[in-house]
Design a protein around this ligand. Sequence first.
Ligand SMILES: *Cc1c(COP(=O)(O)O)cnc(C)c1O
Length: 398
Amino acid sequence: MVKFNENYLNIKQSYLFSEIAKRVNDFCEANPDKKVIRLGIGDVTQPLGKLVVEALHGAVDEMGKAETFRGYGPEQGYDFLRESIRDYYKRNGVDIDADEIFVSDGAKSDTGNITDMFSVDNTVLVPDPVYPVYVDTNIMNGRNIIYMDGTAENGFLPMPDDSVKADIIYLCSPNNPTGAVYTKAQLKEWVDYANKNGSIILFDSAYECFVSEPDLPRSIYSVEGAKSCCVEFCSLSKTAGFTGTRCGYTIVPKAIVKKASNGTEMSLNQMWNRRQTTKFNGVPYIVQRGAAAVFTVEGMAEAKAMINNYRKNAKLIADTMDEMGVKYTGGVNSPYIWFECPFGMYSWDFFDKMLNEIQVVGTPGAGFGKNGDNYFRLTSFNNYENTKEAMERFKTLF
Ligand SMILES: *Cc1c(COP(=O)(O)O)cnc(C)c1O
């Protein structure tokens, strides 16, 4: 008889977004005349840029002609896209080889799939609060997970602790859900810890384009020593509105080499290449043409203009928190504002209060880990008018 992977029994049911939807639906049914404003959205809302759409159209036309039609592409991504990503990093002062870049259908799949590279017998360190994908994918594999606290005291940026021995470390900066961003000096401590202990850092930089302060690192490879111990995941989802279009990339440096138990050298870059060529057949040519448009100088300017609209919303929310004396992180280099629930409330109770009294929906911090129990996440992905109205209403709570 077949035996199922019983690790799935250990995954916590995720009630977060279904519970939010249920409470909002119940409220709307009971109060059909009330306008609910949603600031819980973790998805972008602005349409794709003009240059991206032109590139997509051009590629569709190519696929419709015998002379330019393409079938299977390289599993790692077309050279034109890998090279344009390399050039984008170079413009930002980071040198990566094109064959260290693997194009994918997004950062979620890759952060999950990378677990294939590691033995079950590894200790995984994740922050709390956390993006749930890192936790659940490791539980599916049966790996031991330990948590490091993100709290107001450390600015929601946990730092390495030499008494804790971790083999695989997940970092996300700018962070979802807290919006906090590590400085270069802080990331250097993590890189030094990993190199000293022979650990790997899995660095999620999905929000790098939201970094507005020039001194803050947007890639882990801007830190010396990172190439021997860090894998970086990035995505066009938040950068250029690709959540529905699907394209991301993962950087696996060739310098990450470990000795196997029998003494054979194993290269993570070669292993990931083998994994992708075996289990993945690449991202559609059409999508890769759209993605390449994003990494041109003009395309990036277009993406930045889009991000600036979200930034204006984030600033409005952050300014409102300042005005009301609410403590928060994020908002400046991130689309997220993470704040302490006013009146000492538990996050689900504060969720109900917001919904019932001002009809603004956010995300209770409890859904991201125990350190989120008394925190709340608002996002800047709605439009300016709605964000403004939501913040006017927010002030009436006090
Ligand atoms: C949105 C998001 C991503 C992007 O995932 P995709 O699969 O590329 O859409 C990755 N990491 C975090 C933390 C995110 O919030």
